[in-house]
Design a protein around this ligand. Structure first.
Ligand SMILES: *Cc1c(COP(=O)(O)O)cnc(C)c1O
Length: 492
């Protein structure tokens, strides 16, 4: 008689009963994935999902098993044909990278190896630190600086702004909280600052009003004289000016603040100097344009975004802090269950001491593999290429009487609109929005829209290693066609 009947029958695992079956399915998935990327240019950028696809996502929690091949078929039918579109050569909405195959393999291998980057003594942890070191090198930070890989730019900015708060609070804010600060802190950024900073100051307990939006000049860069005046006014009123946020590449129009001037203001006024470099920090590796971000190396902290101009598959952001001890002092805690040991698995550095997460994914591998394969110089050239493409589009717009440039374009973002003779601003907005939606719905190109200096415009952001100039030529031709069609259909 079997005295442990459950031991042989009831113990389960997620591993497959037969690894050979898994191999066949996996090879099919890989072949499909390669074909998917090879063919991306021939598919629509985006398409609306039919009702049956939407309904598919209403299915209830599965209770019984299904063969893995059937599960994959569901994904192949309902998910893969309806992407956001940002891997397509004519996707220029908002601001995203376009991913890359090697990075995707990195994500796969990271999941296979399965390491948790909370820290410890293992290879993935060393690679995580190595990638942070490479980021420091790219932006000209000293080797003594620290950093951490996070989910994206929003989290990277929160890391920088949190260190700034703790350093400038005038009290042990970790222990006593913002209520104990002798004076309320003030942060400064241009009126073009990304919305994640608002969330950051709110989450930090400083409140949205603690972030003063400073007016911008004609180039949409922070007005330095207005900044100085605001700092003086706040000191007078009993606030403590604590931090200035420079933006290297604003999300609206790609303006790059004068980072050198901001570094001097920060030094004179004893402010923390944070750079939101989610778009532009990596211009520092682009040989033709790197002078645009000169001064970034003087920052106290930088947020950058490998899932934008390094095209890492989502998610990958990075926060860098010049003074590693200030960084660590903001986040480090050692609970009894995470004490280090002199040898063994727990003898490595605890990477969770540099941010808010405890468990962390192995984000470094996808960045590491793509950087090793192509080398940093190629990524720099691709950044220059996108900026040159934006200049090409700018010239096309300037040469086309039906189109109008709406903001100066310094990097890879172009704001423009289709003209409509005699139309009000409201009508122009409706007309251009219709052009944008038809471009999406016809699968031609994905653009987004914004408002710059009070005027609505369409916006092309080229952070895309697949875009060619011919794609931009096509955009202009198709916009003119749609303009004619819509104008004919809707009386002005
Ligand atoms: C994209 C962006 C962010 C936010 O980064 P996520 O990676 O989307 O979280 C912040 N600031 C700027 C200037 C950006 O372009």
């Amino acid at each position: 008689m079997d005295i442990f009947p459950e031991a042989t029958n009831a113990e389960e695992t997620l591993d497959p009963p037969d690894w050979a079956d898994v191999g066949a399915l996996s090879h099919r998935i890989l072949d499909d994935a390669i074909a998917y990327l090879e063919d991306v240019r021939n598919r629509p950028v985006w398409r609306e999902m039919p009702a049956e696809v939407r309904a598919f996502f209403g299915a209830p929690l599965p209770r019984s098993p299904a063969p893995a091949a059937d599960v994959y078929d569901d994904v192949a039918r309902n998910v893969m044909p309806y992407p956001m579109g940002n891997i397509h050569p004519r996707f220029w909405s908002w601001y995203m990278g376009s991913s890359n195959f090697t990075g995707a393999l990195g994500d796969f291998l990271a999941a296979i190896q399965g390491s948790n980057l909370g820290g410890g003594n293992h290879a993935a942890a060393l690679m995580d630190s190595q990638v942070v070191n490479w980021m420091k090198e790219m932006v000209g930070f000293p080797a003594s600086a620290s950093g951490t890989l996070v989910s994206g730019g929003s989290m990277a900015n929160i890391i920088g702004l949190t260190v700034a708060r703790n350093v400038k609070a005038g009290v042990d804010v970790r222990e006593r909280g913002v209520g104990a600060m002798p004076k309320p802190l003030r942060y400064y950024a241009s009126d073009q600052v990304h919305s994640c900073h608002r969330k950051a100051v709110e989450a930090l307990g400083l409140g949205n009003q603690a972030l003063r939006r400073i007016q911008t000049d004609a180039g949409l860069r922070i007005d330095i004289a207005a900044l100085k005046a605001a700092i003086a006014e706040d000191r007078e009123a009993g606030f403590r000016p604590a931090c200035v946020i420079g933006t290297a590449g604003t999300v609206n129009a790609g303006a790059v603040d004068d980072l050198r001037a901001l570094a001097s203001v920060a030094a004179e006024e004893d402010l923390w100097f944070h750079v939101d470099g989610c778009i532009g920090a990596l211009i520092a590796i682009a040989p033709k344009n790197r002078s645009l971000v000169a001064g970034i190396e003087q920052a106290d902290s930088i947020a950058l975004d490998p899932h934008k101009w390094l095209h890492a598959p989502f998610e990958a952001g990075c926060a860098l802090v010049r003074d590693a001890s200030q960084h660590r002092n903001t986040f480090a805690v050692t609970p009894e269950y995470l004490e280090s040991t002199p040898r063994g698995l727990a003898s490595g550095e605890w990477l969770h001491d540099y941010g808010l997460q405890t468990s962390r994914g192995f984000r470094a591998l996808k960045i590491w593999m793509a950087l090793k394969e192509h080398g940093v110089e190629k990524f720099g050239r691709l950044i220059d290429q996108n900026i040159a493409q934006a200049r090409h589009l700018t010239r096309l717009i300037e040469a086309e009487p039906a189109l109008e440039l709406m903001a100066p374009s310094t990097i890879n973002i172009v704001c423009f609109r289709h003209r409509l003779d005699g139309a009000s601003e409201e009508k122009l907005k409706a007309f251009n929005t219709e052009i944008m939606l038809r471009l999406q719905e016809e699968g031609i190109a994905a653009l987004s829209d914004t408002t710059v200096q009070g005027r609505h415009c369409l916006r092309v952001a080229i952070a895309n290693h697949r875009t060619r100039r011919s794609d931009l030529n096509l955009l202009v031709t198709e916009m003119l066609r749609l303009g004619r069609e819509i104008e004919a259909a809707i009386p002005v």
